[in-house]
Design a protein around this ligand. Structure first.
Ligand SMILES: *[C@@H]1O[C@H](CO)[C@@H](O)[C@H](O)[C@H]1NC(C)=O
Ligand SMILES: *[C@@H]1O[C@H](CO)[C@@H](O)[C@H](O)[C@H]1NC(C)=O
Ligand SMILES: *[C@@H]1O[C@H](CO)[C@@H](O)[C@H](O)[C@H]1NC(C)=O
Ligand SMILES: *[C@@H]1O[C@H](CO)[C@@H](O)[C@H](O)[C@H]1NC(C)=O
Ligand SMILES: [Zn+2]
Length: 487
């Protein structure tokens, strides 16, 4: 415009149009280019948890679908879950990479003295975001980076955490079949590019439920495990039918294992200390004890040497390697039963033949881990990892900058395919999503384009030669966008 007026060599209207048209087309292109890029190129990942699927279940009956995933991908023999080896703490560790003391979901049943509130996975108390907001789950982080996520009943995924739900999610309802959960997940992954999810989480209650009722040693479990393998087969088949099988990285794991219990191995706390002296916060086999005001010494003194089949810890004496001390939701006294033992107040309480929650270094507490997909090596067996290492691994696969966590990518890098994955532009985590700065980028590009156009225009008029504007604008936009966004 300025050039035109100064030179006075063309009609102002033509000149204005000549300036605005390429500018508009560039803005449109940069937005589409950026969006299209992020959606098309961000790798896809589906994390599946079969609750309570112990590491060795895959070898006790034929599990052909697990074997296919192992052969086409990777398997880790020993995965150390986070302490305590219960469902809610570990599902949150898987998606945050944090030990329970740091992510704040320290048990399935909790009391927070600062909030003066109780949490139970079986009541609506679990929908209070304050329980969850000591950490940020991966689905929130990926959405803040401009990606999308979908959750089918993963613990915590129907809670509004840091102001966000997953882009797509289901309200928890145990009656919804595995197959319908899979159908929804497949829908979300295969939605049109702008809406398709990049990261999915899928949860199923079995074989945990049957393991509790029948005990892991029961032959009844054989059929249950076969059933889970068939469910995995269903999922793989649905991924194939939707054309997603080669594209989606699939991780199948669990929150913990399962130990056999016996009605002969019961500890009754009423034998040692009056229940009037304390509140019983979390259940067997790792029991949180909150002594009544002024009763700590009495309760601890009566319990500490009461029974050789339980360890009684003052909070500050909980072994360092459990990483289970630094949170007000961990009770002043923690009782941990030895493997196979059940702690009750008295024998009238319901007894289960299988349970978990014990020491996370026990083999019986370890979950299964198999994975396949473009990010993973093939036919590779790894000896061990910690479940907190999964988070940095998933962030790496998704090209998301991990938040501070207790895992280590270095520990699990050997699971990844040796071929370097192409760099993927993705926004760093930020409070606002990319729509808030896209116009700024657009404007900067716009101004650059106007200047560029002027230079080109002057050259054009001078040299009587017309270079391609569209081509040029693309060249200009790429380095700017990628330089800004590449991690
Ligand atoms: C905690 O809440 C209960 C009701 O749930 C109330 O009775 C009690 O006084 C509260 N305690 C404190 C210290 O605020
Ligand atoms: C839970 O799912 C079942 C099976 O799909 C359905 O019949 C029931 O209405 C659902 N319950 C709620 C509260 O949505
Ligand atoms: C066991 O505890 C229940 C309360 O939970 C009580 O009603 C019952 O009398 C107790 N039984 C014995 C044998 O102490
Ligand atoms: C776990 O990670 C968090 C976040 O970086 C950190 O604050 C905490 O100290 C770590 N815990 C351990 C045991 O290293
Ligand atoms: Zn569980």
């Amino acid at each position: 415009m300025l050039g035109c007026l100064l030179r006075g060599g063309c009609s102002p209207l033509v000149c204005l149009l000549a300036l605005l048209l390429p500018l508009a087309s560039l803005q449109r292109q940069s937005q589409h280019g950026r969006r299209g890029h992020a959606v098309r190129d961000r790798p896809k990942l589906l994390l599946v948890s079969f609750d309570g699927f112990r590491w060795d279940y895959i070898d006790r009956v034929p599990t052909p679908n697990f074997k296919i995933v192992m052969n086409e991908g990777v398997m880790v023999k020993q995965v150390e879950s986070a302490y305590i080896t219960k469902t809610f703490p570990n599902h949150y560790s898987l998606v945050t990479g944090l030990y329970a003391e740091t992510h704040g979901i320290v048990a399935n049943e909790m009391y927070d003295p600062a909030l003066n509130r109780s949490f139970s996975m079986e009541t609506d108390s679990m929908y209070d975001p304050r329980w969850w907001e000591e950490a940020v789950p991966l689905w929130v982080t990926i959405q803040k980076a401009g990606g999308r996520s979908g959750a089918a009943m993963w613990p915590g995924s129907d809670v509004k955490i840091h102001g966000m739900f997953p882009s797509q999610y289901l309200q928890y309802n145990a009656s919804v079949s595995f197959e319908s959960r899979v159908e929804r997940i497949i829908e979300w992954f295969s939605a049109p590019k702008e809406e398709a999810v990049d990261f999915g989480v899928l949860y199923w209650e079995e074989p945990d439920e049957s393991g509790h009722i029948h005990g892991p040693q029961s032959t009844y479990m054989d059929g249950v495990i076969v059933g889970i393998d068939e469910k995995l087969g269903f999922l793989m088949n649905e991924l194939k039918k939707a054309g997603l099988y080669e594209e989606v990285n699939l991780i199948v794991t669990s929150d913990h294992g399962m130990a056999q219990q016996s009605a002969d191995y019961i500890i009754e706390l009423d034998e040692y200390v009056s229940r009037d002296l304390y509140t019983w916060v979390d259940k067997s086999p790792v029991v949180g004890i909150l002594p009544k005001e002024g009763k700590f010494d009495e309760v601890y003194g009566k319990l500490v040497d009461a029974n050789p089949n339980m360890m009684v810890y003052r909070k500050e004496d909980i072994p360092e390697h459990f990483h289970y001390r630094h949170n007000v939701r961990i009770m002043p006294i923690l009782i941990e039963a030895k493997e196979g033992w059940t702690i009750m107040q008295n024998r009238t309480e319901p007894f289960m033949l299988g349970n978990h929650g014990y020491d996370n270094t026990l083999q019986s507490m370890q979950p299964v881990f198999v994975a396949r997909g473009p990010a993973f090596r093939q036919h590779y067996v790894k000896t061990s990892m910690r479940s907190v290492d999964l988070y940095p691994l998933m962030c790496h696969i998704l090209s998301i900058r991990p938040l501070p966590n207790n895992g280590s990518l270095l520990n699990v890098k050997d699971l990844l395919s040796l071929e370097p994955t192409p760099p993927v532009p993705s926004a760093p985590p930020r409070v606002n999503n990319d729509s808030s700065y896209a116009p700024v980028v657009g404007s900067v590009l716009g101004v650059a384009m106007v200047l560029g156009f002027l230079v080109v225009y002057i050259r054009q008029v001078t040299l009587k030669q017309l270079p391609s504007l569209r081509h040029r604008s693309r060249e200009m936009s790429q380095p700017l966008l990628q330089g800004d966004l590449h991690l």
